[in-house]
Design a protein around this ligand. Structure first.
Ligand code: BGP
Length: 475
C-alpha cells in the first residue's frame, strides 16, 4: 500500500494537447514546425510553417479552449495531481524579449486555479520539447550559452508568478533521450539543435547537454530562492537495458549502455560529471566548453527528486554492439535485440511491468532521492463503438505496472511520490505525430489528419482508474 498522500494523477505536455499554437500572443516553437509522421515514417522538421503541410500540434485536442470541461473530467476521475508543462512560447513568444507575455501568464493562472479549485495539484515541467523556434533558428538553441540565460529568465518569471500554486516542478523533460543522436527529433525538441554535415553528433550533443544541465541547475537555484518549499526535480526517460545472457561480455555491454542512460541524472543529482563521461571526452577527443563557474552552478543546483518515464525495457548483446549503439534510447530502443520473454505493443515497445520494479530499485539505490513516475502507459489503437471504448488491454497494462510499483514501495522500501500515467486524455503522439496512438482514459474524436468532432468519451479505463485512486491502489 502506498502512503496516504501519494500523488495519483495523469500526465500531459502542453504542445501535445493544448492546441492554440498562435493564440494569446504565443510564438512558434520547435514542435510547431514538425509534421505528422506515422509508425515507421519519421516526422519532418520544416524550416518554416508551410501552408500545404499538416502540423498536428497546432490544434492538438484544443484544451486551450476546452480546459474547464477537461478539468471537470479529470476531477470526476479523482486525479490528485496533473502533470503538465508550461509552453515557453506562451510566456516568451520568441524567447529573447525583455518582458513576458501577460496573456500567456494569465492562461496558466486560469488553468492552475481551475485545477486547484477541483482539488488537483499541478505538477509542472518547465520545458517539455518546445523551446521558442526563434531561439533555435537565430541563436542555435542550446549550442549558445546565451540561451542558458533566456531559460533562467523564463524559469524565474514562472516560479515567481505561480509560487503559491505549484510546489512540484521539473526542469527538462526526458533530457537524456537526446543521447540518441541518430534520431534528429530528440536533439531538436530538447535543445533546438540540428547537427550539421561534418560535425561529430555526439560531441555536439555533449556540448548542448552541458549548457542545458547548467540551465537546469540555475533554474533550481533560482526556484529555491523564490520559494524554499519548492520541490524541483529532473525528468529522465528510463529504459532499463538488460544483458542478453549471463556471458560477462553481455553484462559489461549492458553496463556501458545503461551508463549512457544515467549520464544526465547522474549530473542532475550529484552536481558533477561522472568519471566515465570525462574519460569518454578524453578518449574521443571531444572539446567541450565547460567553465569553472559552470561546475559551481552544477554543484549548487542539484535536484530534490528524480522524475522519470517508464514505458519499456530493452536488451543488449555484446556481439551485436554496432546495432545496439544505433538503438540505445527511447523509441529507438524498440529496435534493440528482442527479448524472447516479453511481448510488445503495436508500436514495438516491450511490455515489461517487472522492469518498473527493477527500475525503481535501481534509481533509488543509485540516487537515494524520492522518485516520481511521471509517465507510463500503453499506446494503442482504440475503437469507439456507440460512445464506448473497451480498453481492457490498457487496464491490464496499467494494473500490472501499479502492482509493480506497489511492490517496490511496500516490499523494497522505495520512496515514491506519485504516479501519473501518460496521456490521461488522448493527445498527439510525440515520436510519430499521430492521434491514433492513444494512451488516454478519455477518448478524443480526432484522427491522424485532424478530422473529427473533438468530442470526449470516457473509456472503460476511466472508471477503473477512479476506483484505483479511491482505494489508494489495487485492492
Ligand atoms: C515520452 C514523452 C512524451 C510522450 C511519450 C509517449 O517520450 O515525454 O511527450 O509522447 O513519450 O511517446 P509517444 O507519444 O511517441 O508514444
Amino acid at each position: 500500500m502506498v502512503q496516504k498522500d501519494f500523488l495519483w494523477g495523469g500526465a500531459l505536455a502542453a504542445h501535445q494537447f493544448e492546441g492554440g499554437w498562435d493564440a494569446g500572443g504565443k510564438g512558434p516553437s520547435v514542435i510547431d514546425v514538425m509534421t505528422a509522421g506515422e509508425h515507421g515514417v519519421a516526422r519532418e522538421i520544416t524550416s518554416t510553417i508551410e501552408a500545404d503541410k499538416f502540423y498536428p500540434n497546432q490544434v492538438a485536442i484544443d484544451f486551450y479552449h476546452e480546459y474547464k470541461k477537461d478539468i471537470a473530467l479529470f476531477a470526476e476521475m479523482g486525479l490528485k495531481c496533473l502533470r503538465t508543462s508550461i509552453a515557453w512560447t506562451r510566456i516568451f513568444p520568441k524567447g529573447d524579449e525583455a518582458k513576458p507575455n501577460e496573456a500567456g501568464l494569465k492562461f496558466y493562472d486560469d488553468v492552475f486555479d481551475e485545477l486547484l479549485k477541483n482539488g488537483i495539484e499541478p505538477v509542472i515541467t518547465l520545458s517539455h520539447f518546445e523551446m521558442p523556434l526563434h531561439l533555435a533558428r537565430e541563436y542555435g538553441g542550446f549550442r549558445n550559452r546565451q540561451v542558458i540565460d533566456f531559460f533562467a529568465k523564463f524559469a524565474k518569471v514562472v516560479f515567481e508568478r505561480y509560487q503559491d500554486k505549484v510546489k512540484y516542478w521539473m526542469t527538462f523533460n526526458e533530457i537524456n533521450n537526446q543521447m540518441d543522436v541518430n534520431n534528429p527529433i530528440f536533439l531538436w525538441t530538447n535543445s533546438g539543435v540540428l547537427v550539421e554535415e561534418g560535425e561529430n553528433a555526439k560531441e555536439v550533443m555533449y556540448q548542448v547537454a552541458h549548457n542545458e544541465l547548467v540551465a537546469s541547475a540555475k533554474a533550481v537555484m533560482i526556484g529555491k530562492e523564490i520559494n524554499p518549499a519548492f520541490q524541483i526535480g529532473c525528468m529522465v526517460s528510463h529504459v532499463p537495458i538488460y544483458p542478453y545472457s549471463c556471458n560477462p561480455a553481455d553484462i559489461m555491454a549492458a553496463e556501458e549502455a545503461n551508463r549512457q542512460r544515467f549520464f544526465f541524472a547522474d549530473v542532475h543529482v550529484r552536481g558533477k560529471y561522472p568519471n566515465y563521461a570525462l574519460k569518454e571526452f578524453e578518449r574521443e577527443g571531444y572539446n567541450i566548453d565547460i567553465r569553472l563557474e559552470d561546475l559551481a552552478v552544477l554543484k549548487a543546483g542539484t535536484v530534490d527528486y528524480v522524475g522519470f518515464s517508464y514505458y519499456m525495457s530493452t536488451v543488449v548483446k555484446a556481439d551485436a554492439r554496432n546495432d545496439v549503439d544505433n538503438n540505445i534510447v527511447n523509441g529507438g530502443l524498440a529496435n534493440g535485440v528482442e527479448n524472447p520473454h516479453i511481448q510488445s505493443t503495436d508500436w514495438g515497445w516491450a511490455i515489461d511491468p517487472e522492469g518498473l520494479r527493477f527500475t525503481l530499485n535501481r534509481l533509488y539505490d543509485r540516487y537515494q532521492l524520492p522518485l516520481f513516475i511521471v509517465e507510463n502507459g500503453f499506446g494503442a489503437i482504440d475503437e469507439l463503438e456507440n460512445g464506448k471504448v473497451h480498453d481492457e488491454t490498457r487496464i491490464e497494462y496499467l494494473s500490472k505496472h501499479i502492482e509493480a510499483l506497489e511492490k517496490a514501495v511496500d516490499y523494497d522500501g522505495v520512496e515514491l511520490l506519485g504516479y501519473t500515467p501518460w496521456g490521461i486524455i488522448d493527445l498527439v503522439s510525440f515520436t510519430t505525430g499521430e492521434m491514433k496512438k492513444r494512451y488516454g482514459m478519455i477518448y478524443v474524436d480526432r484522427d491522424n489528419a485532424g478530422n473529427g468532432t473533438m468530442q470526449r468519451y470516457k473509456k472503460d479505463s476511466f472508471a477503473w482508474y477512479r476506483q484505483v485512486i479511491e482505494n489508494n491502489g489495487l485492492k
